[in-house]
Design a protein around this ligand. Structure first.
Ligand SMILES: Cc1cc2nc3c(=O)[nH]c(=O)nc-3n(C[C@H](O)[C@H](O)[C@H](O)COP(=O)(O)O)c2cc1C
Length: 177
């Protein structure tokens, strides 16, 4: 099994910690895991040209923008599951992750039936963040495996939340199972 984890925080903080813990557990379960830290990647804004739709549902994963997404498309297509991790920004997913999801326009019809799960963290209220991720899963006809969300503010706060690691392990088992 191959899983791609995508982190949409611009800092090394809570979302990244949660995704790492989940990925550790997945690796222990024998899964080949790749983590994409969007904060370190060159993923430019979608220009809305829709050139990527050529080929319809069998589109090739070809975008006119030549940046790090060129290497991401084949990995998404090869994955059995995708995990999206994001901080709650204005009670929604982060701009970094939203931009990444927009850029998956070049492959999204081919993600059908793959598994997907979400991780979210916010200081006071998760708001629509998990709903945003679920909406993407529904659009792509992916199989929603569940989510873990937590309240935390400063970068290392989530790592001190009692029981959080256990919840992440449980989600990992669900994704694999
Ligand atoms: C631009 C911005 C918007 C935010 N909006 C919210 C919000 O709507 N609700 C909330 O509870 N926390 C909000 N936060 C706080 C973050 O969700 C919180 O600090 C979280 O731990 C960040 O996750 P990270 O460590 O993975 O980056 C916001 C933070 C930033 C920088």
């Amino acid at each position: 099994m191959k899983i791609v984890g995508v982190c949409g925080s611009p800092r090394k903080g809570n979302s990244e910690w949660m995704l790492s813990k989940l990925c550790e557990e997945l690796s222990r379960g024998g899964v080949k895991v790749e983590m994409l830290l969007l904060r370190k990647m060159d993923v430019q804004m979608c220009r809305g040209c829709l050139s990527c739709e050529k080929g319809g549902k069998k589109r090739k994963g070809d975008c006119v923008i030549k940046d790090d997404m060129a290497g991401v498309y084949p990995r998404l297509l090869a994955a059995d599951a995708i995990v999206l991790a994001t901080p709650g920004y204005m009670e929604m997913l982060s701009g970094l992750l939203k931009n990444f999801l927009d850029r998956t326009c070049a492959v999204w019809p081919r993600l059908e039936e793959k598994r997907i799960a979400g991780l979210a963290v916010a200081e006071e209220g998760i708001g629509q963040t998990i709903q945003n991720l679920k909406g993407y899963a529904k659009l792509c006809k992916m199989r929603w495996m569940g989510s873990v969300s937590v309240l935390a503010k400063n970068p290392t706060d989530a790592s001190r939340v009692p029981g959080l690691e256990r919840r992440l392990k449980r989600l990992a088992q669900k994704i694999i199972g």
